[in-house]
Design a protein around this ligand. Structure first.
Ligand code: C2E
Ligand code: CA
Ligand code: CA
Length: 602
């Protein structure tokens, strides 16, 4: 095909004439031509006619607005000069296939070079009019989609990035883990995952305020990002939790080294609002191959490893099956439970404890429930064992204590001076920070310590008696009351209790609920009450399910009764209704615990 400039000019003359002149013979044709020209010349899209060599013929005036070039500057230049080499190849391919099949709509996305040097993303449509005598070329329409792209990118950022730090969020992290596992070579290297949870971040939020907390998280994000390789992904999973996926690592020791590097990146003090803050981190480590091959298993196990690191104050911990007594279902629940805590899905129900002699409601026991989004109201036996197995019990107990004390404060502001009983788990008795946290929570809610009773079971005490004794002594010295829960179900003798700072005994409901019909249980209950009184302990009988039992307890001079006969555990609002309608009178009707009555704790 001839390629001289004269040839090209001759070939394009037909459509050029068509666009640039008004046919003389018909007025209608003239006005139609003017209409087309007006449309073309005022279109915001860029309209180009390209000859079969890819050279620009007609260029619409919008070239100035879209690409910064004048019509004159572009006319007769190869279209491909405006495209990157990749896009130029794609455009050549598109023109070739368009000329083979002119009926087929040809579209492609490309970027065109602006006169100022940057690239303009465009959506290109190619129509073949090579055989149209008025055109003899390809009509290329290019629409600037920069704005749309920016919007798409903003939406993508929103869906996949954490708004505060700009790091990938949980969704993108999960995708990166999946991708890294998919693309890992079958031998040689593996993928490591690190879970990093800041220690002491909550205190910063509470004391310095959320703005300072946010600022700290941003600096943490920057430091973490700076200490990993370009191919690694650092993500913020929420709160003070960060995670890293490291593809192409040789062995687990490399992952441990990366975890240590993360921790030392956080070792230098942080300066937030002119205050120097020290933050440490606990990091869990897993390695594909060694600890699992699918994302779900690895993510669950790195979570467990992180909690081991946190609980044992190890700094970093590699997943160890010996410290993980969970089956996969329980592990999934652990993750759910941690999110539930953040989302406020845990509620407290309150069960009254009544003075047997006067009928007065003296106390309430706070009992935790999980208002699960799919499974409805869950009782503590379905989820507490899972929490108790990990460090999560610490956060959970703090949450429960805070919520119970907040409710106590509301009641006391309303003139109801009710003692609140909160259950502790065995693991709580190993947490040296507990007495300090209890004191802080009491102060934060303005509740006098003598209004709080902490219930511990015998089995919790015998796990590590000396540590438990020491911790209970510290708790008692704050002024809170200590109660031995489920008394009689374990092996503690009343004599052993003399070494503990105990104020109250709760007789296990297995004895109480049967005592009206079972003489030996009635005898046990009676003697526990008498011996307990000799030790100056207050006695609570739990599991009082009927009137005869309550009457019998009154005859044994039991101090306090708790059980379904008086009331089931109730949500705060339902408790208020029960309390105000009942007052000090003995309650002869049962109150039912219903899921519908749940309200979030304040
Ligand atoms: P617990 O401390 O012995 O709590 C009393 C349990 O007995 C409650 O069950 C209560 O609903 C039930 N109960 C009360 N009166 C009667 C009665 O008359 N008859 C019968 N059959 N049962 C009665 P719940 O709420 O399911 O709690 C079960 C256990 O879960 C508690 O036993 C406690 O060990 C644990 N738990 C509950 N809330 C918490 C919490 O906030 N923290 C900790 N660490 N453990 C908790
Ligand atoms: Ca209890
Ligand atoms: Ca109990």
């Amino acid at each position: 095909m001839p390629g001289t400039r004269t040839d090209r000019l001759r070939r394009r003359s037909a459509w050029w004439d068509f666009l640039n002149s008004t046919p003389r013979d018909a007025l209608a044709q003239a006005s139609q031509s003017q209409l087309f020209r007006a449309i073309v010349e005022n279109s915001s899209d860029l309209l180009l006619v390209v000859d079969d060599q890819g050279r620009l013929g007609y260029v619409s005036p919008s070239a100035r607005a879209v690409l910064g070039w004048s019509v004159r500057e572009l006319a007769d230049r190869p279209l491909f000069e405006l495209l990157s080499s990749v896009d130029a190849a794609a455009m050549r391919q598109t023109l070739r296939s368009a000329s083979r099949d002119p009926e087929k709509a040809c579209r492609l996305e490309a970027t065109l070079r602006h006169s100022a040097g940057f690239w303009v993303p465009v959506e290109v449509t190619v129509t073949v009019l090579l055989h149209d005598p008025h055109v003899r070329g390809f009509v290329v329409t290019a629409r600037d989609v920069g704005e749309r792209k920016r919007l798409e990118q903003a939406l993508t950022r929103q869906a996949y990035c954490d708004a505060l730090t700009g790091l990938p969020n949980r969704v993108l992290f999960q995708a990166r883990v999946e991708q890294a596992l998919r693309e890992r070579p079958t031998t040689g290297t593996g993928v490591a995952l690190l879970f990093c949870d800041l220690d002491g971040f909550k205190a910063v939020n509470d004391v310095q305020g959320h703005a300072a907390g946010d600022q700290l998280l941003k600096v943490v994000a920057t430091r973490l990002t700076q200490c990993v390789r370009a191919r690694d992904t650092v993500a913020r999973l929420g709160g003070d939790e960060f995670a890293v996926v490291l593809p192409g690592l040789g062995e687990v020791q490399d992952a441990v080294a990366a975890a240590a590097a993360l921790r030392s990146a956080l070792a230098a003090p942080f300066h937030v609002d002119g205050i120097e803050l020290d933050i440490e981190a606990s990091v869990g480590v897993v390695m594909s191959g060694d600890h699992g091959d699918d994302p779900t298993t690895l993510l669950q196990r790195v979570d467990v490893a992180m909690y081991v690191a946190k609980r044992q104050g190890l700094g970093e911990a590699v997943y160890d099956p010996a410290t993980d007594g969970h089956n996969p279902t329980k592990l999934a629940m652990l993750g759910d439970l941690r999110r539930a805590l953040q989302r406020g899905e845990l509620l407290l129900h309150y069960q009254p404890e009544v003075d047997v002699a006067s009928g007065e409601v003296t106390s309430v026991e706070a009992l935790v429930r999980w208002c699960h989004p799919d499974r409805g109201l869950l009782m503590p036996d379905t989820f507490m064992p899972v929490a108790e197995h990990t460090g999560l019990i610490g956060a959970l107990t703090r949450y429960i204590l805070g919520a119970a004390l907040a409710q106590t404060r509301i009641w006391s502001d309303q003139g109801r001076l009710l003692n609140i009983s909160v259950n502790l788990s065995a693991r709580n008795l190993l947490d040296e920070r507990l007495p300090e946290q209890v004191a802080e929570l009491l102060a934060a809610h303005g509740v006098p310590p003598e209004l709080l009773t902490l219930e511990v079971t015998e089995s919790a005490i015998v796990t590590e008696p000396l540590r438990a004794q020491h911790l209970l002594a510290r708790l008692s010295s704050i002024g809170v009351r200590i109660s031995i829960d489920d008394f009689g179900a374990g092996y503690t003798s009343l004599g052993q209790l003399r070494t503990l700072p105990v104020d109250e005994l709760k007789i296990d409901r297995s004895f109480v609920s049967t005592m009206a019909h079972d003489r030996s249980n009635a005898l046990i209950v009676h003697s526990v009450i008498d011996l307990g009184h000799n030790l100056k302990l207050s006695i609570v009988a739990e599991g009082v399910e009927d009137r005869p039992t309550l009457d019998m307890l009154a005859s044994f001079h039991c101090d306090t009764a708790q059980g379904y006969h008086l009331s089931r555990p109730l949500a705060a609002e339902a408790f208020d209704t029960w309390y105000s309608t009942r007052g000090k009178r003995p309650c002869r009707t049962e109150c039912g615990e219903q899921a519908a009555q749940t309200t979030p704790v304040p």
